[in-house]
Design a protein around this ligand. Structure first.
Ligand SMILES: [Mg+2]
Length: 262
């Protein structure tokens, strides 16, 4: 743990930390500007693999912060790089949205369609899921394709309620064929951390991770050598924190409390 005054790179979760849906929390975008003006690097790190980095850039601009593309990291990007490093020239069937498939294709990965064999199955947050897609994925995994999940979140919060996310689909796949992912990429796992440190040219000690979820955001910080900061604007209540074994280095009411450390 490093004093927040000495942190050089602030990494932020988004939903529940900076915004809910398309609406930023009061003062959150101004806080990002204050951090940037104090010379800190600010980066957005999301497990949501249903959208591309281009979607996120537009969203952050709409919310009122003038982000650059380099400030955005998604579990989809980290997964694509992981495949290129560890499974070069292998084909992938993507249980994910069309924009994630396009992002994988942009990284040079051969993306297969329903009915085609594939070396790897990618389980992502597929908001365009059909039964046919799911059935093809479970069949490929049963027949021995490498199984990679972009992230482990059980639900994605939204202004309409919690949406079933990749972690919930992992349970469905496990119930179907007894397989768990060979690798999970996103927060709190090491492949996402390695991608982020590389992307930001920073060491773990130089980084603080700020998020609202204990089992992804806070574990991500704690397990990968960063300072961890929990904000109480999202999923975690003080009671949940009290009962949990996962204890963040800092607990703040909202991201706006970071202004004290500028
Ligand atoms: Mg969150």
């Amino acid at each position: 743990m490093v004093d927040l005054r000495d942190v050089k790179v602030f990494l932020f979760d988004m939903d529940g930390t900076l915004n809910m849906g398309d609406v930023p929390f009061e003062g959150a975008m101004e806080t990002l500007k204050i951090l940037t003006d104090s010379g800190r690097q600010v980066c957005f790190v999301t497990n949501n693999s249903s959208r591309s980095k281009y979607d996120y850039l537009k969203k952050i601009h709409r919310m009122g912060y003038d982000a650059a593309m380099e400030q955005i990291v998604t579990s989809g990007m980290a997964t694509a790089q992981y495949i290129n490093r560890h499974y070069p020239y292998k084909s992938a069937y993507v249980l994910g949205t069309d924009c994630l498939k396009q992002e994988f294709a942009d990284y040079g990965i051969e993306v297969k369609e329903i009915g085609e064999p594939a070396d790897i199955v990618i389980l992502a947050f597929d908001t365009e899921l059909t039964y046919e897609k799911l059935f093809h994925a479970t069949n490929l995994i049963s027949s021995g394709s490498v199984y990679i999940a972009t992230h482990p979140d059980l639900v994605c919060p939204s202004d309409k309620g919690d949406m079933p996310d990749a972690g919930a689909f992992m349970e469905l796949i496990y119930a179907t064929n007894g397989h768990r992912p060979d690798v999970v990429i996103g927060k709190p796992c090491a492949p996402m951390a390695e991608f982020v440190f590389d992307h930001c040219s920073a060491s773990p000690k130089e980084c603080a991770f700020v998020g609202d979820r204990l089992y992804t955001d806070i574990k991500f910080g704690l397990n990968n050598g960063m300072t961890s900061v929990l904000v109480l604007t999202g999923e975690t209540t003080p009671e949940m924190l009290f009962k949990s074994d996962t204890k963040p280095d800092y607990v703040l009411d909202s991201v706006n409390d970071l202004r004290k450390y500028c």
